[in-house]
Design a protein around this ligand. Structure first.
Ligand code: PXL
Length: 270
């Protein structure tokens, strides 16, 4: 069985972070492992508290995994601050891990900051050069590039800039694009040579907490299983669309997506 490591924060509410990643890995048939960077106290109404794990202990978790359970692919999520990014990046580099999917998590759905403002530089200079795939949403891509993104042309411009920062494959997610005259969401993949687009239906629901985590975890799992980035994104898009469509309606706020939906739904199709 392929082994996949997520280096990310814990969401006590179970919809995002480590919990979303591990559920997604399990659903997609890979063995999920974790190095936890922070513990959050949160539910669907918001983040009530954040308790970072000392970076040296994040490194210890990564060392324990590296020396016994070498991962076939790695993803990063919430990385808290500059010091955490530096230690995680150095540890990834030292281990020679190459299939690294970076989800540049910055802000939670309710607005809580999951990455210190001053850490974007470290993300750009230390982690992006090690990334095989990076999956920013529009606000994250704007923060990283300094440009405003309103159209697909802007998405392309941002993808090229992030590629020059050192990411092999850049996926700019279109979910936040306000141009929703069409009820579609288009994600853009730039592999350094070609642009590819992936389009799905837009579901009008508030239950989208953990969408980014789940999508990037699904991409990571498919890469671990040997899929190309293009195949992995296409498969992950189907997985996340199903998880958003078949909502669970849990909690009074921004509820989680349904990680079981893809499995349940494809069973019905058989
Ligand atoms: O979706 C981003 C995210 C990542 N990681 C953790 C989170 C969240 C959003 O709330 O809580 C731990």
């Amino acid at each position: 069985m392929k082994k996949v490591l997520t280096i990310a924060g814990s969401d006590s509410g179970g919809g995002a972070g480590i919990q979303a990643d591990i559920k997604t890995f399990q659903e997609l048939g890979v063995f999920g492992m974790s190095a936890i960077t922070a513990v959050t106290a949160q539910n669907t109404l918001g983040v009530h508290g954040i308790h970072p794990v000392p970076p040296s202990f994040v490194e210890e978790q990564m060392d324990a995994i590296a020396t016994d359970l070498s991962p076939d692919a790695v993803k990063t999520g919430m990385l808290v601050d500059r010091e955490m990014i530096s230690i995680v990046a150095a540890s990834i580099e030292q281990r020679g891990w190459r299939r690294v999917v970076v989800d540049p998590v910055m802000v939670a759905k309710g607005g809580a900051s999951l990455l210190h403002e001053g850490a974007v530089d470290a993300l750009i200079h230390e982690l992006i050069p090690l990334s095989y795939v990076i999956t920013p949403n529009l606000p994250e891509a704007e923060k990283m590039t300094g440009i405003k993104i309103h159209t697909m042309e802007d998405q392309k411009k941002a993808a090229k800039i992030i590629h020059t920062m050192g990411a092999d494959n850049v996926i700019i997610k279109g979910g936040h694009l306000q141009d929703s005259a069409s009820d579609l969401v288009t994600d853009l993949l730039y592999d350094g040579e070609h642009f590819h687009t992936f389009t799905s239906r837009r579901f009008h629901t508030r239950h989208t907490h953990g969408t980014g985590c789940t999508y990037s975890a699904a991409i990571t799992a498919q890469i671990a299983k040997g899929h190309t980035v293009h195949e992995a994104v296409s498969l992950a898009k189907t997985f996340i669309s199903s998880a958003i469509e078949h909502t669970l309606e849990l909690g009074d706020g921004h509820g989680p997506t349904n990680h079981q939906a893809f499995r349940e739904f494809s069973k019905q199709l058989k």
